[in-house]
Ligand binder design. Structure first.
Ligand code: ZN
Length: 185
């Protein structure tokens, strides 16, 4: 991706330092923060994968489940579940040390099931106001953000930004492009 010709100030998502974004996608101030971010992302993916695997192993017919199984089913942390059990907000039976069991039926009345990755893509599409006054033409974006039209088109495709042709002009929503180039601070 081409280096930016306009100044975009971003707040590093890891350390909070303000930095000048080199690319539209820059989210971190340094290679070090980038590394921390990707390590965290990988750890989170592994965590979710473990939860998914555990969830698969819970028999549908069994009502009493462990705290770990409840975390896998509902995405509520074990810490929170233990607290709710201690406070008596969730009924529990205790089969021994570390063998607390809670009722799936009761939890279903309190929490939504943890979303599986496959459901995440069914989010409603965003509706745009595509009237020309709410849009830039491709030429206006080139001027405003000092990029050429092939970069504009690359960004339109990459970020799934809708476009509309009227006569000789192609319009794209202002809010989407301004959001891409927005400074955090
Ligand atoms: Zn940083």
């Amino acid at each position: 991706m081409a280096t930016l010709k306009v100044e975009i100030k971003r707040k590093c998502a890891i350390c909070g330092n303000v930095f000048l974004a080199k690319f539209l996608d820059s989210r971190y101030c340094s290679p070090k923060c980038q590394k921390i971010a990707s390590a965290r992302k990988k750890a989170e993916e592994r965590r979710l994968q473990r939860l998914d695997e555990l969830k698969q192993r819970i028999p549908d017919a069994r009502d009493y489940i462990s705290i770990a199984e409840a975390e896998a089913l509902f995405g509520v942390s074990k810490k929170t579940l233990h607290r709710l059990v201690r406070k008596g907000e969730i009924q529990s039976i205790n089969l021994g040390t570390r063998l607390t069991r809670i009722s799936k039926t009761e939890l279903l009345g309190k929490f939504p099931l943890r979303e599986e990755p496959i459901n995440r893509q069914y989010a409603l599409p965003k509706l745009y106001n595509m009237e020309p006054e709410n849009c830039y033409t491709i030429g206006e974006i080139c001027q405003k953000y000092k990029i050429n039209d092939s970069s504009v088109w690359a960004q339109v495709r990459k970020y799934g930004i809708p476009s509309r042709q009227i006569g000789n002009y192609v319009y794209v929503p202002k809010e989407e492009f301004d959001k891409l180039y927005k400074s955090d601070v």
